[in-house]
Design a protein around this ligand. Structure first.
Ligand SMILES: [Zn+2]
Length: 315
């Protein structure tokens, strides 16, 4: 198969890009940067049509701090897009993304990674939707008020909490996609049970290949698909699907080196995936997703590639 051709002809969506964390450090996305995997130049050169910027917060911080951090990351994403109107635009719908592509512009979507910033308050969920958040990963590497995480030994709810069930219902109503990456198996099956809409795993891999709770079993992937959902396998986190169980040294936030990562992120990541098992993209880790990504030079941003069909979940 000619992966480059396939890549170029497809609508390529990076379903989880951690680069907003770099915006926090003041990175300039209008330039081709030395560090990191992502900027608006390489997005274009790599043939990535749309990217979901992850508005990430750790469960280790207080809810007020998480809300504040999420708001700041959203604002910085809008700032970066507005400063680069000749390259990208914010997309709030499939139609927006397709329209931007027509104009030769990249589409920047917003996804919130961890429901902590909504603080057990559905009205905040609604506000985040109004600010442009189009998916929410229910939790990260810790149990929260919505559900349990895959990373914790002791579960709090054994699935969705009573509040979490309301969150699922409200997300369905608003049209915000539920992201099941990072959540526990019981939480995953509760989401499938209670969600009336298809859900996605925006950055997950296969447990059959790398036996980690952060990954999904074949049965989970089949059950996800049976409800109309999709899994987007990771590139940067390719270790999660690697036969060697290794993880890349630049983890996911736009290709940070380990030392550059926020400590909370390293800790969260370590809770799920032993950091001692790191390898390097392209050297230790190979697979179709990586080949697809690498075929575009090394410019591709995405550790997550959903090609064409993934978009239909929104309809
Ligand atoms: Zn993640």
């Amino acid at each position: 198969m000619n992966y480059k051709k396939l890549h170029e002809s497809a609508f390529v969506l990076d379903s989880h890009c951690d680069s907003p964390l770099k915006l926090y450090d003041g990175i300039d996305m209008s330039k081709k940067n030395e560090q990191g995997h992502f900027d608006f130049i390489r997005m274009k050169e790599g043939g990535v049509d749309a990217s979901f910027f992850a508005i990430y917060t750790s469960n280790k911080i207080e809810p007020d701090a998480a809300t504040r951090k999420a708001l700041q990351l959203i604002a910085r994403t809008y700032d970066a897009v507005e400063q680069n109107e000749d390259k990208v635009g914010v997309a709030l719908s499939v139609e927006d993304a397709l329209e931007l592509k027509e104009k030769g512009l990249g589409a920047i979507f917003l996804g919130m990674e961890n429901g902590l910033p909504i603080q057990k308050d559905l009205s905040l969920l609604r506000l985040f939707y109004d600010m442009g958040i189009r998916y929410m990963t229910l939790t990260h590497a810790g149990n929260n008020e919505i559900c349990d995480s895959c990373a914790t030994k002791e579960k709090k709810w054994n699935g969705l909490s009573p509040f979490g069930k309301k969150v699922v219902k409200e997300m369905n109503r608003l049209g915000m996609i539920i992201d099941v990456s990072h959540i526990s198996d019981d939480s995953f099956y509760d989401v499938l049970k209670y969600s009336k809409k298809p859900v996605v795993a925006t950055h997950s891999c296969c447990r059959a290949i790398a036996d980690l709770p952060r990954n999904m079993t074949d049965q989970m992937i089949k059950d996800l698909a049976a409800k109309g959902g999709v899994i987007s396998v990771t590139r940067d986190l390719a270790g999660l699907m690697s036969p060697y169980g290794i993880c890349v040294n630049s983890i996911s936030p736009g290709g940070f080196d380990k030392g550059e990562l926020p400590q909370s992120f390293v800790e969260d990541y370590a809770a799920e995936t032993p950091l001692g098992r790191m390898g390097r993209i392209g050297e230790d880790i190979k697979g179709p997703a990586l080949l697809l990504a690498s075929s575009a030079g090394d410019y591709i941003t995405g550790h997550n590639l959903v090609v064409d069909g993934g978009f239909s979940i929104w309809k």
